[in-house]
Design a protein around this ligand. Structure first.
Ligand SMILES: *Cc1c(COP(=O)(O)O)cnc(C)c1O
Length: 380
């Protein structure tokens, strides 16, 4: 036996060694423990402030006696419902443990050493992680300039230019998190049309249900034209089921077949499948959630203007707020006031904070705390 201490770092695969883990929003219970308070609010992870549909909760209750059984590894009922919703065959649907899981399946299926993925600067943090974890290279395209109509958003020209011989996947977030910026139908369609067919294009539509711009595309309707297209959706945002982890992709059956080969056979548990199915049938809850978000976004824009601040344009359930000073400073001052938001320095946006649109009362409290926090910082 060697007497040298074991350096496990050296044992890890190249890509993994250089990875930094995804930083989730701070949990409410953690802040309450730290401050000894009871009424903290979290506007940090783009969750639905209304919670899940009551029908989803009933469905979870009703299936608990089944928990000794393995779930349906094919997710038959949920896939059928989703296929019907999108007007595609069930063979086009791939279920994921959150859409994060699907993004990872795409990376494991199409990326690896000697291959590259293209995505934008300031794009969703899971793209670089999924890319690097499988030993592929990230080709990061410059984003729009700060004075663009979609500041810091995806620059499709630069994304196209970043595609190289070794590129197998392009990740596009529409709208993007954390910026909130989005791409319109015409420009996105032109981009995919011009893209080489041997490059998989993933359009991540995690916030689809919230978007109210008529020019925003439903790319699930483009599958017939683009055999290299993978569209991802989730139940974590507008459907209010982030804690259960349900997402999916819509793609050609051939791509779905490949993703299915690397998918863990039981990646969606029983309550998750049942809740998602029930949530899909509750249009009222979805409309209430979308309406609350629309009103909340206006409340934030007005409240920020009153504080002399602005947010980037957003069609999601969150806003990327410019604070004109280090975001972490304001983040910490908000924590002291029991309000959790998200600093986005790790996304290359050090003077912004991402805030999730909450209930009217949560938004009012967070805006009040933001005013107090800025006044306190200015008085130092
Ligand atoms: C929240 C989010 C997701 C969804 O993650 P889940 O794994 O489905 O919870 C995917 N993409 C983006 C851009 C997001 O912001």
């Amino acid at each position: 036996m060697s007497t040298h201490p074991l350096n496990v770092l050296e044992l890890a695969c190249d890509g993994v060694r250089g990875l930094t883990p995804y930083e989730p929003g701070k949990p409410i219970a953690e802040l309450e423990r730290e401050l000894g308070i009871r009424d903290a609010i979290k506007l940090a992870s783009n969750e639905n402030p209304l919670g899940p549909s009551p029908r989803a909760l009933e469905a979870v209750q009703a299936c608990l006696a089944e928990l000794a059984r393995y779930p349906d590894g094919n997710g038959f009922a949920l896939k059928r419902a989703l296929a019907e919703r999108h007007g595609v065959e069930a063979a086009c649907i791939t279920l994921g443990n959150g859409s994060n899981d699907v993004l990872d399946l795409v990376a494991r299926t199409f990326l690896g050493p000697g291959r590259s993925a293209v995505f934008s600067r300031h794009a969703f943090a899971v793209y670089p992680i999924a890319t690097q974890a499988v030993g592929a290279t990230a080709r990061v395209a410059q984003a729009n300039r700060p004075d663009d109509s979609m500041p810091y958003g995806h620059d499709l020209g630069r994304l196209a230019a970043a595609v190289g011989e070794d590129t197998r996947v392009v990740f596009i977030a529409n709208p993007n998190n954390p910026t909130g910026t989005w791409l319109r139908s015409g420009e996105l369609e032109a981009f995919i049309t011009a893209l080489a067919r041997d490059v998989i294009v993933v359009v991540d539509e995690a916030y689809f249900e919230y978007v109210d711009d008529p020019a925003y595309p439903d790319t699930t309707q483009w599958l017939d034209r683009f055999p290299n297209l993978v569209v991802t959706r989730t139940f974590s945002k507008a459907y209010g089921l982030a804690g259960l982890r349900v997402g999916y992709s819509v793609s050609s059956p051939a791509i779905a077949d490949l993703l299915n080969r690397v998918r863990q056979p039981f990646n969606l548990n029983i309550p998750a499948q049942e809740a998602a199915l029930a949530a899909l049938g509750d249009e009222d809850h979805l409309s209430r959630s979308v309406a609350l978000n629309r009103a909340g976004r206006s409340q934030w824009h007005l409240g920020l203007a009153a504080l002399g601040l602005t947010a980037l344009p957003s069609v999601g359930n969150f806003l990327c707020v410019g604070v004109n000073r280090p975001g972490t400073e304001v983040y910490r001052a908000l924590l002291d006031r029991g309000v959790i938001v998200r600093p986005v320095g790790g996304y290359g946006l050090p003077e912004f904070l991402r805030v999730t649109v909450g209930t009217e009362a949560e938004n009012a409290r967070a805006l009040g705390a933001l005013g107090d926090a800025l006044a306190e910082i200015a008085s130092h």
